[in-house]
Design a protein. Structure first.
Length: 318
């Protein structure tokens, strides 16, 4: 029995030492505190943005909603920075012009070309050490380009229309990336980052052009040449776009010290959505430009695809 007690004491002692070490280690306590504060900040931002999304989708209140949202971001950042030392957190602002394009994953609609868009970003890097950081912040950007697909004419069931649509989408994204930096080379550091982003759609507009392309002559569908385009600009397509957008973020760049802790940052980022951005958009399936037909009826389908963009990020870190 005495030997058993000795064995128990020996086995328990290391676990007690480890527990006491974790409880009294300053570095561990600091990481836990910052992680909890970060979780609270992210939850508050996400919850507030989700509640305001309905207002932000309304063009009459979008300016007021955006101002309130930016005020919330600034106040939350200030509160967070007051609880965190300058060595733990670096904040900054950046402009993020991008070239965006659409991608078809159903192969029944055809993307074409890339469009230039604009964005801006609030940067918050939580520093774990001099060379490693958790990249957070708020990224507001525009994306979208052109695509073509076919639909049934709602006014004539014997006609198929070609639709040329130019998308103009705006998202508020919460990035979550792991950032690695080299040591200072002269007055410059090189960095790279990889992670994910969760975006929330706040504006969905399109320029929509339609014209007659196929007509049923009683026996078969015949291609029709038509110059009668119907074009509508500023069409609200909120009901055609999913609210959430999940994306992979990969990027890199340089930081050049200006003075003190202030640095100029220039980077190139690739942001690729991996979720379907379209919501219940009907189309006609086609093969090599010809509608797919069963028993004289075109085969319906649902649009599936996403967007991607390459952006230049130019900003200042404080």
């Amino acid at each position: 029995m005495q030997d058993d007690n000795v064995i128990n004491d020996i086995s328990i002692k290391p676990s007690r030492d480890v527990t006491l070490f974790l409880l009294h280690n300053k570095h561990v306590k600091k990481v836990v505190r910052l992680s909890l504060e970060l979780m609270v900040f992210s939850f508050n931002f996400t919850f507030t943005t989700a509640k305001m999304s309905t207002l932000m989708r309304n063009s009459q209140t979008s300016s007021l909603s955006t101002a309130i949202l930016l005020g919330f971001i600034a106040s939350s950042a200030l509160l967070f920075s007051n609880k965190t030392s300058a060595q733990d957190l670096r904040m900054g602002l950046a402009v993020t012009p991008n070239a965006a394009w659409m991608v078809s994953t159903d192969y029944d609609h055809i993307p074409s070309g890339a469009n230039l868009n604009f964005g801006y970003e609030f940067i918050a890097d939580l520093m774990f050490s001099e060379n490693y950081a958790l990249g957070l912040g708020v990224h507001i950007f525009n994306t979208g380009s052109d695509l073509t697909y076919q639909v049934m004419n709602p006014d004539a069931i014997s006609e198929i229309l070609d639709v040329d649509r130019t998308y103009s989408l705006q998202y508020v994204e919460l990035p979550f990336t792991f950032k690695m930096r080299t040591k200072e080379i002269g007055y410059m550091k090189i960095f790279s980052k990889f992670g994910f982003g969760l975006g929330m759609n706040v504006k969905s507009l399109a320029t929509d052009g339609r014209h007659l392309s196929w007509e049923f002559d009683g026996d078969d569908w015949v291609n029709v040449t038509s110059d009668g385009w119907t074009i509508n600009e500023g069409v609200d397509i909120t009901e055609d776009i999913k609210f959430f957008r999940a994306a992979v973020i990969v990027g890199g760049g340089i930081e050049k010290n200006l003075t003190g802790s202030t640095s100029l940052t220039i980077g190139l980022n690739y942001n690729s959505s991996f979720s379907n951005v379209h919501k219940d958009v009907d189309l006609i399936k086609f093969d090599s430009g010809v509608p797919e037909v069963i028993n004289g009826s075109p085969i319906p389908g649902i649009m599936k695809g996403n967007d991607r963009f390459l952006e230049l990020s130019v900003g200042v870190l404080f």
